[in-house]
Every structure is written in structure tokens, then in C-alpha cells.
Design a protein around this ligand. Sequence first.
Ligand code: SF4
Length: 751
Amino acid sequence: MSKTLNHVAYRTCPLCEATCGLEITVVDNAVTRIRGDRDDVFSHGFICPKGSTLKQLHDDPDRLRHPLIKRDGAHVRATWSEAWNHIATELGAIIGKHGRESIATYLGNPNAHNLASLIYNRTLLMGIGSRQRFSASSVDQLPKQVASGYMFGTPLSVPIPDLDRTQYILMLGANPYASNGSLCTAPDFPGRLEAMRARGGKLVVVDPRRSRTADEADEWLAIRPGTDALLLAAIANTILQDGAADPGAHIREHLNGFDTLPKALEAFTAQAVERATGISAATIVRIAHELNDAPSALVYGRIGTTTVSFGTTASWLVDVLNTITGNLDKPGGVMFPLPATGNSTTRGKKGSGSGFRIGRGHSRVRKFPEALGEYPVAMLAEEITTGGEGQVRALVTVAGNPVLSTPNGRQMEAALDELEFMVSVDMYLNETTRHANVILPPPSHLERSHYDLIFASFAIRNVANYSEPVLPNSDNQPDEWEILVKLAGIAKGLGADIDPSVIDDANIETFLAGVINDPTSNIHGRDAQEIRQQLDQTGERGPERMLDLMIRTGPYGDGFGGVPDGLTLAKLREHPHGIDFGALQQRIPEMLRTESGKVELAPEPLLADLPRLRDSMNDVDEEQMLLVGRRHLRSNNSWMHNVEVLVKGKPRCTMHVHPEDAARIGIVDGGIAKVTSRVGSLEVTVEVTDSVRPRVVSLPHGWGHGLRGTRMGVAAEHAGVNSNVLTDEEALDPLSGNAVLNGIPVSVVSV
Ligand code: SF4
């Protein structure tokens, strides 16, 4: 892509789910300023401190600009050709000797923010041909997707808070003042909360920590970690037993299981959960009434509700509450976006489908069921270290740092050391990629185009925004899609010289055939060759060509001439600030893909988990110290710790301890404590603060830098400790396999 030396570019920020528009000034091919794009149709100029650091990330001398090969224990510079040949030889040998199941993949969180990865990681996984697939989903949002799958038919059928029209929010385990939201794409989430309160609305935050969001809220409920499902069940039960549940005429005929709920939840009275949750029965009853009586209301649960033992059950109960209070698929409640590229809620037969299930395979060692095509990352290490048929011998990671972000980090490190071969597509030589035999660097964020394929499915408005690359690729740097597709081809056995375009052409043919065969598509029955010609005439290649095809056959698309004035990628390019298709519209029943064609309010797997939830009411040790995570506005993924402007100042990797606990344990502010869990132990600087509830300690994750063999100079100077040394690979949400990262039992002593 040729660019003028001086220009102003508009680009969606890829660093978090908020998708803010950036205005980027380029002079002499160098970025001189990044600020919020005031004309962006969604973010209107909002930007957080991270957004402007795309320049620092691009300029970072530690960012890899050429492949590295590990020789004699050290990573040395290599040409792309050397890297490809090395991978072809080594992967080929392992596949030949041990079969494809011996290769595992791990996809990190940044893949969700990357157009090329979102389109071509699938090609990579198919090329490798192994079921040993792992990702950051199972340390994050997987339970919400599993619960949504059971209720609405697909894992992308996640109901999204209609923030701009609601009058009441019950928010659990989320801190959008620091994170700007997740599974709720909303630039300036804090501003939208403040606008709600300005119009007379109320924000109630449920969190073991008085987070920044809790601080700003009308009310903070300091819940015991891991008990959100109990609280939600008790609120739902209160409304149901009062006979006050009314899903509303708009939704009632589309529900299955509504009448099952009162009996299923009757044990969860406000009194019964009081001790376990640490929230008084009177408060629970009052919140139930407030939620049910508000003119519009929504319940929103995020990381604190999903990274716990009852993650899927809590996620289900969030939407049970949204439904029985009359707020499902209603303005001001929770609704379903209609993304411009379409998704599994727009394709195929409308109103019903094949439903959702897990367990189409089981992990080799623990025999744990698959969910969303992958196994829990908490099981990756044991798949590497446990011998036998199908043992993982090689690993491919794409933009991931599981040593810092997945449970039992030390076990993960030891496992990576046992691999016969490892390839990483990554910008940095970090705590994980230091184990790789070959590292393939993608272009920087500013050298890539961007379109939020995933987050448009989770956005509070229907918006489409395409960004051109801001800067041209540096010499010899392949595009990211070419790296992923070539890696796929090599894994498939097509050799180191395989041309990625050949595989890409095959991808397009396959996708096109699927759309033409879909009776509900706007090109159903059309001639594939004619469509292909139109597509190729645009000159788009790689991810852009696929994106164009998805857009043109999506809900607003031009259907390749069939829908006059419909959307195309070319049209999006003419709108660098994006196109706003408006507020979310009611979509039930057409978006449902359950077998019954109804919202499944009482899915069997969730009902079956209720006895375990009931037992947890009595399994309360009020003396037990519990570890939870936290997030800072200037932090997100671990690689952002290599940006000086984001890590400077007071050290942030400290452990928050309540004053009562500090006094009992005998630790002081600034002192060192030793914290120990079932799997590990750390020494960490203590910050004494009443922003955590007693018996709760809090550590941020993604730290623990400066390990030998890494090359992240700034991060090493602000190393911190790896909180995942303490998280337990055995502790899972049994319905999804998501790791338990909050509410870890620990002991704390003064050092
Ligand atoms: S809120 Fe997220 S998307 Fe917006 S500027 Fe910050 S990091 Fe980027």
C-alpha cells in the first residue's frame, strides 16, 4: 500500500474492545500525533491513555522486525526464507513421526482485535489439522459464550447492554472505568454511564473491590469472590416468588422454560445466600425490586463473573434476570447487534437452527469436553508433559503469552521447555516466545488494516468502520495474513515455497459457495463465477477481499448488484470515520438458532449445575483469604508493559490488602508479603487499602517480566510478579472449562 509521506489517517484503535476512532498525523512517514477522531461515528473523539501509544508500539526498538531462530539456546536474526525452511523441516518431521495431533495451537487475546487473524487463523488451524486447540478464551469470556449458546443457539448470540437507553444497571465483576468494557463494545463507556446517571438512572456495582467504577457508582456491593451466581439466583428467586416476573408481551411467546424457573431457583432465597455472598438479605430483596421496577434496566456481568467456578451458571443467570424483568430484546435492556459482515445469528435459516452443544471431542489427558472447538488452556501444559499417543510435541502460538496469562505459569514454563519445536507469531521476545524455536513478527499495528469483525457483534450500536494501514510495511515484511496462510500451507505439507495467494483463492471459493447455497443470502443461487469476477475486479486481496465478500453479502450489503445502494468495502473506504446504522433493534425471534426456535430459559446443563451451586451456599470459610485480579486503565495485554508512558510512575504490580488483614497478619503498606496458593508462592509488595473487602487480596495479571532470554527492556525495569504463578490449573468452571482466576484460596504472611 503506497502512502504519501504526509497525511492524516483515521484508524480504529485495536487495543481494546471499545474500538475508538483515532486521528493519526503522519509527517515524513513518521507518526507525529495521535488523538481521538472527533468525527468517528461511534467514539466522537474519545480516547484513553492507551490509544495514543500505537506510535510508541510501532517505534519500540524491542518490537521484532525480522524473524528469529533459536540457535545454541539464543535467538538470532534470520531471513524469512531461513525461517520458513526451518519450520517446514521441523514441523514436517514431527508430523511425520507423531502425527498432526502432536501439534497444539494457542491463540492469544490480540487475535480478536486483528482482521487478518480473525480470517486466517481458521486457515492456520485447518492447515495444522489438530484438535489440540487452545486460546485465551478459556481464561476470559468463554462461559458467557457457552451460556449464550445454550439460551439463544450460538456462542455469538450474546445479549448486549443497551447502555444509551437504560435507566438502571446492575453490574457485576466489571470495571469499565479501567477496561472500557468487554462483551459490550462502547467507546467512552464511563461517559455513557455518567449520561445514564445524569438522566436519573442508577448504577449498582457488585465487586469484591471498590474499583474505580464502584467508586463512581450509586452503590457498591462488596461481594465475596466467586459468589455472583448465588446473588443472581437469589435476586431472580425473589422476583419469581413475588409473582412479579414479567418477560413482556414482546418476548413471552418466544420463551421455553419460564415456568421451570421458580421451582429450580426456589432454594436460593435472599436469606440462604446472605452468608456466602456477604450481602445482606434486605439488600438483595431491595435490589431485586429496584431492578424489576425500573422503567428499563439491565444486568451486565463480566470477567469477575466468568473467571470463577460458576462462570457459565452466573452468565446464564444474568440473562435469566434480564428476561424475567422484561428487559431482554428491549430498548434500554439487552439486545442483539446486527453486524455489517453478518455472523452466526444472521446466516442460514432464520428463527431456529441446530442449537449449541459442547463435547464434540474430549481432551486426551483429563477427558474434558471441548467447547467452541477448543480445550481449556489450563490443560495445555499436561497435554505437553503427559506421555502417550497424541502427546503434544510442538506448539504454534499466535499473539499469546500463556506463561503470564494462564493458570500455573510455572507449570506452563516447564512444559514449554519440554516441547520438541515451537513457532510463535509475535511482535516480542517475551516470557512465552523465549521458548520458541522460530519467531515470526507480524507488521506493527500501524502497518495493518483494521476492521472489528468480532466486536461489531458485541457493540451497543450497529456500526461499521474500516481502517487502511497508516504506514507502509517495512522492507521484506510480509503482511500478517501471508504469514498465517504460509504457516498453514507449510503445516499442510505444501512446502516452504507455497504461495499464500493460492490458499487464499481456495478460501474465497469455499466461503462463496457457502453463501450462494444459503437460501437466505442476498446472492442465493447466483453464478459463482460472476460474483468472483465482481469481487476480483475491485483489486482487493487477502483479508480485504474476504471482508468485501462478507460485507456485500451481509445485512446491509449490496448483494453484488442485487441491492442498490447497499454496502461495499469500497463504500466503507469512502467513510473513514465509519458508518452508523443506528441503535440496536429488536431481533427475537429471527436471530434465534436454537433447535426449538425459542429462547431456552432453563437449559438442561445449567439446571444440572444448580445442586452444585446450592451446595456452595454452605461451603463458606469466612476466614479464608481469597485472591482476585484487577485491571488498571494503563494496562491491558502484557506487551503494553513495554511502553514507558503506560508503566511509569508508582509501581502498579502490588498486592492490595485490607487494613484489618494487614494488622492481623502484621504487614505494612510498602512491606513485602509472601502469598501462597495450592500451586505456587510469590513475594510481593503490599499496598494497604480499604478498596478490597476484608479477607480478599488483589493482584493484577500480565506482570512478571525480566526473565532471562526475553527482550522487553522497559517491561523488565517494571517487572512485577506473575500472579498466575498462584492460579490453579485444576480449578475450572466445569460447564465451559474456563479457568478460575478469581477467588483463589491463598495464605498471606509477612516476610
Ligand atoms: S478505550 Fe480502548 S479502544 Fe479506546 S483508545 Fe483506549 S485502548 Fe483504544
